[in-house]
Design a protein around this ligand. Structure first.
Ligand code: SAM
Length: 184
């Protein structure tokens, strides 16, 4: 896989995730848009600061290059080496996520960073909602892109608390939690 696109800021590692995960003791993590799995590995490593790594669960959705399973297998091996529990789902998340969502646990953190069109982000958000509990956080990467922005701007402020963060050397990102959650 050509990773050159992932060298720019905003890929592979995100300061806001590396801060949030250990601070909030997240151990069930879902990412829509896995790419080469570097961000997945980083999230697992920071989560394991507070738990034995085998207790950390990672669920990743990506098209993984569509054709064969080569890219997905590379990510699988990368995650296996960490010792975490991981599951990868190959295909368009507009289709794979609704098929899978009933068999997934409630998440501590969901990172929406797959397809960035309005329709895709909207579908990823609608499906992610059912995996939220009181303390779950959903991060929408690239809030400055029109697709994520439109979805985030339409989220009910009565039901959800929405904050836009501006991490250094990264893209604006929306942080969304259920309203019942008291700010820590
Ligand atoms: C911006 S990259 C993800 C970067 C990764 N989250 C990180 O932080 O390094 C977007 C990824 O979403 C995947 N993707 C795009 N459209 C998708 C779709 N409809 N379903 C699943 N994955 C998709 C692409 O294959 C690509 O790997």
């Amino acid at each position: 896989m050509d990773n050159s696109g992932f060298r720019r800021s905003g890929y592979r590692s995100h300061s806001f995730l590396n801060d949030y995960i250990p601070r909030n003791r997240c151990k069930k993590i879902m990412e829509i848009g896995v790419a080469d799995g570097e961000n997945a590995r980083n999230m697992v490593m920071v989560a394991s600061q507070h738990f034995p790594v085998e207790k950390v669960e990672y669920y990743g959705f990506d098209t993984f290059g569509k054709k064969d399973d080569h890219q997905m297998e590379k990510v699988r091996q990368k995650l296996k080496k960490t010792g975490c529990k991981s599951r990868l789902f190959k295909g368009d998340s507009v289709k794979t996520l609704p098929k899978t969502v009933n068999n997934l646990p409630k998440m501590d953190l969901i990172f929406i960073d797959g397809g960035h069109s309005y329709e895709m982000v909207k579908s990823d958000w609608e499906n992610s909602k059912s995996l939220m509990q009181k303390k779950t956080v959903v991060f929408f990467h690239n809030y400055d892109f029109s697709g994520p922005k439109k979805v985030v701007d339409n989220i009910s402020r009565e039901e959800y608390q929405v904050k836009i963060i501006h991490p250094p050397s990264d893209y604006p990102t929306a942080l969304v939690r259920k309203r019942t959650h008291i700010e820590e």
